[in-house]
Design a binder for this molecule. Sequence first.
Ligand SMILES: Cc1cc2nc3c(=O)[nH]c(=O)nc-3n(C[C@H](O)[C@H](O)[C@H](O)COP(=O)(O)O)c2cc1C
Length: 224
Amino acid sequence: MSQNPNCDPANGDHDKHRIVLKPPQEGGPFAELLRHRRSTKSYRKTPIDLETLSQLLGTAVGGASATHRPYGSAHARYDIVLTVIAAAVDGLAPAAYRYLPAEHALVNLEEGDHRSRIADGTLDADWLTTCPAMLLLSVDLAAANDAFEAQEAGRGERFCWFEAGLIAQNVYLWAAENTLGTVFLGGLDSVETSTVAWRLVPPSHTMLGILPLGHPAEGAAFES
Ligand SMILES: Cc1cc2nc3c(=O)[nH]c(=O)nc-3n(C[C@H](O)[C@H](O)[C@H](O)COP(=O)(O)O)c2cc1C
């Protein structure tokens, strides 16, 4: 079995070249925020409110400028689309909504509680049905590949995964700062997901991941 080079036990070769670094300084708001970043997989049923959702979307995904976002995107294409599944959000009817970052607005796509439908598209995250809201990250992979075809086949798709990772980290950090829980769920059944997300994400899109949002169940996160 191949070894993860990050986890290799010490060996002669490593010892010879090892430079032990000074530990990072304690404290500082960014270090503290990173220390609190967690994946939360168990949520209280307590609703979140629309103001919280709005702050999260406006800070982590949208932005004051119509042309600039709080995360990077190859050629500033911003291919990833966010769909909000709201189920227990005070001030927002249960429904699927498209988030429009440039306008910082939500568009109602389909009324109802879609959580169990989305949970059916995951490998094992049945607990999604208890979280108040979630964000679906989707993208048109073919369009992204076309855009970068002159550089290398498949590059557009790879760039989209990076972009999704950057968005996810923003959401994680915002959640950590605001004692909310989230986790990047990438373990999706690709066939099932395309069925359950029908009409919720654009027809040409592939779902890359899900970011649930809610109040962590006791002991689920923020322990120091
Ligand atoms: C690309 C990626 C995919 C992931 N997919 C899943 C998933 O399908 N189900 C899940 O429960 N957690 C998933 N996670 C969360 C990891 O389990 C979690 O990040 C890891 O256990 C480390 O915990 P931490 O984020 O609290 O540091 C995923 C994380 C990443 C980065």
